[in-house]
Design a protein around this ligand. Structure first.
Ligand code: C6P
Length: 415
């Protein structure tokens, strides 16, 4: 039975899988509300990594001894788990990278080789820096132009403007599925359809989507879909680039080194097939195996129930925060995930988000404050930074109540 939800969703049983949630911080029970930044890890992931180092540790794809084969099998099994999780057509379409940032840089650098002077890349006003800067670097290299889809005051993409921006010059549309700062869920399928009508290729930044909803890359018809393991209850330092095989095959390698080659001589090197062509060097073996364990864990949970429960938290949190005089929410899209950015003011005006975060921390409450790597978005809303509470399926309404009490305390201190 859950104490916190009206749904048939056993939060307490799920919480028991996450050892860190039982920690106390500054003598208070931890309320971890910083999940858009990074998620906590279930014991199933921790135990998988522990087992890997106790029983299997070895380099992969390079040894014919028992341990190396065990580790290689586990790694390739994890690749198939990722494939199934996002419904990719083939496992060779799954490239392991360090995270979302590296995946986008890989595509900008490698696929970007196709671009010519005067070509255009379309991004949006709500992108994370890692889906802005690699494209700016590509534009500088190739003489291409960056076009930015504007957003309305609710933090929703202006789709009419998007249609106007698309042209035969558009070669790449790089867009976030869900905004890390606003929580806005973008109409990604429609965005992809419109881009394809113009012959453009679409990269979707799924860093904030995969933790919250079932993603089907074939149903979306995404050309590239990228995400980070650490936001989906897996270790840091591991991420995924999904790409359609036909695109990946035609792209030049990103890094050169071991494993990505077929043969090397001083005269000529030939490259390995995908996915290995893009996986130079010893991979993050325990990270990959841990990612597989995390996605298996998620497959064991009803993801529709997760999405429904997180919506319940979002609505409860929104109502509760709006009950505080002087609090305003930044990002009020009709379709949102469980992320709430806000500004808090006291009788003396806005309290700087960093002060809010520090006082909440003393209460055991972890939120993120700052620009969330979306400085252009801060400018759009005329704020230097925001406070951001972001919920995962293991959060509770009681933790949101603690957040509200903490914010009232901040207001008293700054009164
Ligand atoms: N957002 C946040 O607190 P990396 O660092 O490569 O794992 O992920 C980068 C990234 C890319 N796109 C989106 C939409 C993201 O949210 C992030 C990471 C964290 O919002 C840390 S800045």
């Amino acid at each position: 039975m859950t104490t916190s939800s009206t749904l048939d969703f056993d939060v307490e049983a799920l919480r028991a899988d996450f050892p860190i949630l039982a920690e106390r911080v500054h003598g208070k029970p931890l309320a971890y509300l910083d999940n858009a930044n990074t998620s906590q890890k279930p014991r199933q992931v921790i135990e998988t990594i522990d087992h890997y180092y106790r029983a299997m540790n070895s380099n992969v794809h390079r040894g014919n001894h028992f341990l190396s084969q065990q580790a290689t099998n586990a790694l390739e099994a994890a690749r198939r788990t990722v494939q199934a999780f996002i419904n990719a057509r083939e496992d060779r379409e799954i490239i392991f990278v360090r995270g979302t940032t590296e995946a986008i840089n890989l595509v900008a650098s490698s696929f970007g080789e196709n671009l010519r002077k005067g070509d255009e890349i379309v991004i949006s006003a709500m992108e994370h820096h890692s889906n802005i800067v690699p494209w700016q670097m590509l534009c500088a290299r190739k003489g291409a132009e960056l076009r930015v889809i504007p957003i309305n005051d609710a933090g929703e993409l202006m789709m009419d403007e998007y249609e106007h921006l698309l042209s035969d010059r558009t070669k790449i549309v790089a867009i976030t599925h869900i905004s890390n700062t606003l929580g806005t869920v973008n109409p990604i399928k429609r965005i992809i359809e419109l881009a394809h009508e113009r012959g453009a290729v679409v990269l979707v930044d799924g860093a904030q989507a995969v933790p919250h909803e079932a993603v089907d890359v074939q149903a979306l018809d995404a050309d590239f879909y990228v995400f980070s393991g650490h936001k989906v209850f897996a270790p840091t330092g591991i991420g995924v680039l999904y790409g359609k095989a036909s695109l990946l095959e035609a792209m030049p390698p990103y890094h050169g080194g071991g494993a990505m080659i077929s043969s090397v001589s001083f005269e000529k090197t030939t490259y390995n097939d995908i996915p290995f062509k893009f996986e130079a060097g010893t991979p993050h073996v325990e990270g990959i195996i841990g990612l597989g364990a995390a996605l298996e864990y998620l497959r064991g949970i009803d993801l529709d129930a997760v999405a429904e429960y997180e919506q319940e938290l979002l609505h409860y949190g929104t109502e509760a925060l709006l009950g505080i005089d002087g609090l305003r929410i930044i990002g009020t899209a009709a379709h949102k995930t469980s992320v709430i950015s806000f500004m808090l003011s006291s009788a003396n005006g806005d309290v700087h988000p960093h002060d809010v975060g520090t006082i909440l921390d003393n209460e055991g409450i972890a939120i993120r404050t700052g620009h969330h790597c979306t400085q252009p978005l801060m400018k759009r809303f005329g704020v230097p930074a925001t406070c951001r509470a972001s919920f995962a399926f293991y959060n509770t309404k009681e933790e949101i109540d603690a957040l509200v009490r903490g914010l009232r305390k901040v207001q008293k201190i700054f009164a």
